[in-house]
Design a protein around this ligand. Structure first.
Ligand SMILES: Nc1nc2c(ncn2[C@@H]2O[C@H](COP(=O)(O)OP(=O)(O)O)[C@@H](O)[C@H]2O)c(=O)[nH]1
Ligand SMILES: [Mg+2]
Length: 482
């Protein structure tokens, strides 16, 4: 079901700590992915704060100077922070991005940047899973809601879960995430929160949390039983689906940021709608291939693979990917410009096998070829030689693959053609004769077949068509009866 259309942008910022064992490339890739996930949730990320540290700040994930800088940015004004005198942790910053002096300068610049915003900054996204108390402290320090990586991913899975099994699986993960956070929620709620238990006082608040925790455990057990029961049911459904003939469905699968949604829009002609920002946040899960083909092909987007998927979310991810099983063709979209694309390709193949989608025909689509060798800041014109080399290597290694750029309309047309060709592989060419007396069937011919040529004769019209055998037989039968 489409979400409510939001008229105003929801602004957000991102913060991340780079630990010593994380390379710059890895760090940036993870941040890009998080921003992409935030966009999926409908947020416009306007700034990213980064910091190099030996470890996360035990109290609030980022160091105190950084917190101050972020708060300036969020509030759009200079506010003094009681804790701001403790600057010891900022010394670890190697490129001086977060030294305390620099912080104030950055903050002043930030203040200017944010005063022009028509909306407040609502959320700060954090690129790690942080503890409940870190989240609470950070929230207090910077003055907006905190969402950590796990929470973001859970929300996306929640929105993408369609089958009952997927919904149950995601709920289990959500409950597991929430359980340790209840105590913090109770603390945040203050005395009022404790009163809910009816007794009041500190101990009562704690026991209320214990009660909630037990409820959560019971609910998880219940859901687990449901899932086990549903697995049996699913196997029979699967068998039924595989028996079912026809149904030209394509599903786009692959990592987040590979270009699935962009391709979906390009392939289905929904570009115009999506260019209008209002629609960018709408669920665009299933659309018709455009220009339309015979048979009509439905294209669906699936939840993207995630590079840093928290271990506890693997089962939920697989269950939300289940809808790919309904497809008769998978387009596996790969970002050919991502240095880690081969590893991602392997992981995708492995997961598809685990959800038993390995027998569904697949086209590998190496996207973003235009971006190969692009250092990011030089615009969209990457290194042409590097692109040609990468393309040749890919074609050699993956014989039937498509190497393309979603930004190139000719490439999109080629992919469109490949999809249509796949679904037309069982079509046959034939000639139909429609007497003038049976012209009411003309519409039916155009609706169910691809008409290659039409020729008027004295007795009626000849159509050279391409269609499914069963459809052609049906039409001939109808013509004969008239
Ligand atoms: N340079 C380049 N960028 C692309 C291409 N395809 C998609 N993108 C960009 O990559 C980002 C992620 O694309 P999106 O379709 O949202 O990826 P998804 O997460 O797989 O749905 C967006 O900023 C797109 O504009 C491409 O072929 N070339
Ligand atoms: Mg997408």
């Amino acid at each position: 079901m489409p979400k409510e259309v939001k008229e105003k942008p929801q602004y957000a910022i991102v913060a991340s700590v780079q630990l010593p064992n994380v390379s710059d490339v890895e760090f940036e890739a993870s941040l890009t992915e998080l921003r992409e996930l935030a966009k999926t949730l409908g947020f416009t990320v306007i700034h990213t704060f980064t910091q190099k540290r030996a470890s996360f700040d035990a109290g609030a994930y980022v160091g105190v100077g950084k917190r101050e800088e972020i708060r300036y940015f969020v509030k759009g004004e200079l506010v003094s922070d009681d804790e701001a005198d403790d600057d010891s942790d900022e010394m670890l910053d190697e490129d001086g991005r977060a030294t305390v002096d620099g912080t104030v300068e950055n903050a002043k610049a930030s203040t200017m940047a944010t005063t022009s915003l028509d909306q407040p900054i609502e959320v700060i996204f954090v690129d790690h899973e942080i503890s409940p108390s870190q989240a609470r402290n950070l929230e207090k320090a910077v003055g907006c809601q905190v969402m950590d990586r796990t929470m973001v991913i859970l929300e996306i899975f929640h929105r993408n879960a369609r089958s009952r099994a997927a919904k149950a699986q995601v709920e289990i993960a959500r409950l597991g995430y929430m359980a340790p956070r209840l105590r913090e929620a109770a603390k945040l709620a203050g005395p009022q929160g404790r009163q809910r238990s009816g007794v009041g006082g500190r101990g009562a608040g704690e026991s209320h949390t214990e009660l909630d925790k037990r409820k959560i455990r019971d609910r998880i057990a219940e859901l687990q039983l449901e899932i086990t029961a549903m697995e049996v049911e699913r196997k029979t459904q699967r068998a039924r689906r595989q028996d079912r003939q026809g149904g030209a469905n394509v599903a786009l699968v692959g990592y987040t940021n590979a270009g699935k949604s962009t391709l979906m829009r390009a392939l289905t002609g929904s570009e115009v709608l999506v260019a209008n920002k209002l629609f960018a946040t709408l669920d665009t899960t299933v659309r018709t291939l455009y220009p339309e083909s015979v048979p009509r092909v439905l294209v669906s987007d699936t939840v993207g693979f995630i590079k840093n998927l928290p271990h506890g979310l693997v089962a939920s991810f697989k269950s939300t990917l289940d809808e790919a099983l309904d497809a008769s063709l998978l387009l596996h979209v790969i970002d050919a410009s991502d240095p880690g694309f081969e590893r991602q390709l392997e992981v995708t193949d492995k997961v598809l096998e685990e959800i038993e989608a390995q027998d569904i025909p697949r086209i590998r689509v190496f996207n973003k070829i235009d971006h190969v060798g692009d250092q990011g800041d030089r615009g969209d014109h990457g290194d042409v030689t590097a692109q040609a080399e990468r393309e040749a290597a890919l074609r050699e290694k993956y014989p039937n693959c498509i190497v393309m750029s979603a930004r190139n309309p000719e490439d999109v047309a080629k992919l469109h053609k490949a999809i249509v060709a796949f679904f037309q592989r069982d079509l046959i060419e034939a000639e139909l004769f429609l007497p003038w007396s049976a012209q009411q069937l003309r519409g039916a011919i155009f609706a169910t077949c691809e008409v290659l040529a039409e020729r008027a004769e004295e007795e009626g019209a000849f159509f050279s068509v391409r269609g499914e055998q069963a459809v052609l037989d049906g039409l001939r039968g109808q013509i004969g009866q008239l």
